[in-house]
Design a binder for this molecule. Structure first.
Ligand code: PHE
Length: 458
């Protein structure tokens, strides 16, 4: 059976349409809170430069090949992540990867919406100049009491869920993605500005050596697993987003440059965020191991002391919010595509149902941050638990099976056809790619897991 449909026979999945710029969509999904909020805080907790080095290694050796694998599966089958495995291996259990992806999307969306809600609150505070004249300690207490206040952050979280749902229903191509092409470079420019501003801070040297001068002794098992998880999280891998988006890549388009440019811009934004944040962290006496609060207690300090900070902080939080929406939209699209194609639901009904469930789970995540909240799993509040479990467990496990599937079950000729876009590009690189997905990616992920579980001593 030839599953490959022609370009004009694109399945009606959403209002993306075939004109949809694959690079813009995939970049919009990849760049988000993962780069600016999660990367600095996870790097800060895991020794800085040592983490960064391992992270970069994983992006190149596992991230890019995995992105190409997901694109290939998506483009070949033209289906949602569940349907893709079902049609490729009918009657097998491979569709479970799709189910895992859908659950992962929900888990990520639940805490992602909370952090995205914070960006809206910070946008509002920036507009009214609410951070002005506050000391670093006051900013921290202010943030803590906001997060712990319960219903105020819930309001923003729900607003963000509604915004995501609105865009998924009304069409991504027509709306935000078009602006994304202008707005993401703007975010990039602001980050460069913040980076330059960092050079004027007293903590500049300390911040830079924290980020770029690795102490190899700090590369422990948990640093490695956190770096792997962050690479998957930041590149939106291991749960089907890039399978879903891969189906919008036209058959003659060069996937190598698509995956390459997504990975390069995503990584650059993360590194720039680090350069903007860490000098300030050391200048203002904030602990690099502050956890998920890190960026939110550091940024107001930066904007307050820099020239033009008032306008820049408004612009920055607005762009961060938009970056977050283009990522959450891609997460919701994974579930929506499943509901419309497999469960034959109407798009509107599907989005409504998804949003209602999400409103519940994201509210629980927000409330779990109140002091004495009983919303805990294994001693950790729901927000931290979801954040941890998705990146360190669910995405690597998903990626492991996607790698095995692509390398061993997808079919070598089909894979070559997708990888080279019908022998148009990169034929010489194919054996190298095949080696990475067949052996390196699954073995590395498995070894990291076995050592984490204590079954393997490294
Ligand atoms: N990559 C996004 C970010 O960095 C988050 C995301 C994860 C989006 C998984 C889609 C799928 O913000």
């Amino acid at each position: 059976m030839n599953l490959k449909s022609s370009e004009n026979d694109m399945r009606e999945r959403s209002s993306f349409g075939s004109k949809f710029g694959a690079i813009a969509a995939a970049t919009g999904s990849a760049i988000g809170l993962g780069n600016i909020w999660r990367f600095p805080y996870v790097a800060g907790e895991n020794g800085g430069a040592a983490f960064m080095l391992v992270y970069l290694f994983f992006v190149i050796v596992i991230g890019i090949p995995m992105m190409l694998s997901e694109f290939s599966i998506g483009r070949y089958t033209n289906r949602n992540t569940f349907g893709a495995f079902r049609v490729l291996r009918p009657g097998s259990k491979w569709y479970l990867i799709g189910i895992l992806g859908i659950v992962t999307a929900f888990v990520i969306l639940s805490f992602y919406s909370v952090v995205a809600g914070w960006t809206i609150d910070f946008l509002k505070e920036s507009l009214v100049n609410g951070f002005a004249g506050r000391s670093s300690a006051e900013i921290k207490t202010g943030f803590d009491s906001f997060v712990e206040s319960g219903w105020r952050p819930v309001f923003w979280t729900l607003l963000f869920v509604a915004a995501t749902a609105f865009i998924v229903v009304s069409g991504i191509e027509k709306g935000i993605e078009r602006y994304n092409k202008i707005l993401m470079p703007l975010l990039f420019l602001i980050l460069i500005g913040l980076g330059i501003n960092s050079a004027t801070m007293e903590g500049f040297r300390e911040g830079m050596s924290f980020l770029f001068k690795p102490d190899f002794g700090k590369i422990t098992g948990s640093v490695v697993i956190e770096a792997l998880g962050q690479a998957f999280f930041s590149l939106s891998l291991g749960m089907g987003t890039m399978i879903t988006y891969g189906s919008y890549i036209r058959s003659r388009e060069n996937m190598l440059t698509t995956a390459g440019s997504v990975a390069v811009s995503d990584t650059l934004i993360a590194i720039l965020a680090g350069v903007a944040i860490f000098p300030a962290v050391f200048s203002f006496g904030i602990s690099p191991t502050s956890g998920p609060d890190l960026v939110f207690i550091t940024l107001p300090n930066i904007f307050q002391q820099m020239p033009g900070g008032y306008v820049l902080s408004i612009l920055f939080f607005l762009l961060l919010f938009i970056a977050a929406v283009t990522s959450s939209v891609s997460l919701m699209e994974v579930v929506t595509a499943f509901c419309t194609e497999e469960l034959k639901m109407k798009r509107r009904t599907a989005v409504l149902a998804i949003s209602l469930v999400l409103a519940g789970t994201s509210t629980l995540c927000t409330l779990s941050q109140m002091p004495d909240s009983p919303l805990k799993i294994a001693g950790t509040n729901l927000f931290d638990f979801f954040d941890n479990v998705s990146a360190t467990y669910m995405m690597p496990v998903g990626a492991f099976f996607i790698a095995i599937f692509t390398g061993w079950f997808f079919g070598k000729n089909r894979l070559r056809g997708e990888f080279t876009s019908g022998e148009l590009y990169g034929t010489g690189l194919f054996p190298f790619f095949l080696f990475l997905v067949r052996f390196i990616a699954p073995v590395v992920i498995a070894v990291i897991f076995l050592s984490k579980a204590g079954w393997l001593k490294l």
